[in-house]
Design a binder for this molecule. Structure first.
Ligand SMILES: [Zn+2]
Length: 272
């Protein structure tokens, strides 16, 4: 009984000491693994993923992924700098790769490592549609959603892993891969919570608008996405929020995203 109490105290302290502030919401969030440990692991896992998959280089689509990704990254930096978070992206090493895979998916790992699967391009259609997807994925990374998801599952398994939260531990590396959706199998990745999805939608809409893309295209993208029906991709079509509420929410946020972009001198917005 006594040792149980000690364990609970240690875990509570660990969680208390392991918080990070989300610059977009000001909320304290759980971060059991510091970015100084998370980023090198992410970079390593990203390189491994690229070496095991077919990366498309030099095509118009591959160039588009880089172009749009860069614009979203620049928009994020401008927004963070303007809102008192200078240096937030210092340890980011942005990379944007198109991978030949029919999965309708895209993701961004900690530190700005992005993968877009060719399977999503028929749905994104043009640059603005892709900007909506990348805005959303980059926002998950910026707000450390994967970190929180991984920390939560680590905490659940803390009995098994002890207090060793080092990522070198194979079990934790598995949790890392689950949390960040590496691999494209449905169900392997832990889902983001409804609030994380809504947060990523909201931040992503602002980023795409600052990058010069019409945020209304995000609404159109999700309509096309929901028309996909049962073929739910692992990240983008997680069941929460429902497509209807997501589309309604995005629609309502479009004027605010445009207004935010105008603060950065963006007055015209590219259609898809
Ligand atoms: Zn998401």
């Amino acid at each position: 009984m006594k040792s149980k109490n000690v364990i609970i105290t240690v875990i509570t302290t660990l969680v208390f000491l392991s918080c990070a502030t989300n610059p977009f919401t000001g909320k304290q969030t759980m971060a059991l693994v510091p970015n100084s440990q998370l980023f090198p692991t992410a970079f390593q896992q990203y390189d491994q993923f690229l070496s095991e998959n077919k990366v498309i280089k030099g095509t118009a689509d591959a160039e588009m992924v880089k172009r749009v990704g860069q614009k979203i990254a620049v928009a994020a930096e401008r927004w963070l700098n303007a809102n008192g978070h200078v240096g937030y992206l210092n340890d980011y090493k942005w990379e944007y790769n198109l991978v030949d895979d029919k999965a309708v998916n895209a993701w961004c790992m900690p530190g700005g490592k992005i993968v877009v699967y060719t399977g999503i391009l028929p749905i994104t259609k043009g640059e603005a549609g892709l900007a909506a997807v990348l805005g959303h994925e980059v926002s998950h990374a910026l707000a450390n959603h994967g970190q929180q998801r991984m920390s939560a599952s680590m905490l659940q398994q803390i009995g098994a892993v002890g207090l060793n939260v080092a990522l070198q531990d194979n079990k934790n590396l598995g949790l890392f891969n689950q949390a960040y959706g590496i691999g494209s199998q449905v169900g392997v990745m832990l889902p983001f919570s409804r609030s994380h999805e809504t947060e990523a939608d909201t931040i992503g809409l602002t980023l795409m608008a600052i990058a010069g893309y019409n945020p209304e295209e995000a609404v159109e993208l999700w309509k096309r996405m929901s028309a996909q029906g049962g073929q739910a991709p692992p990240e983008l079509l997680s069941t929460h929020p429902s497509n209807e509420s997501r589309i309604a929410n995005l629609k309502a946020l479009v004027p605010k995203a445009k207004e935010e972009a105008r603060k950065f001198g963006v007055t015209s917005f590219k259609q898809n």
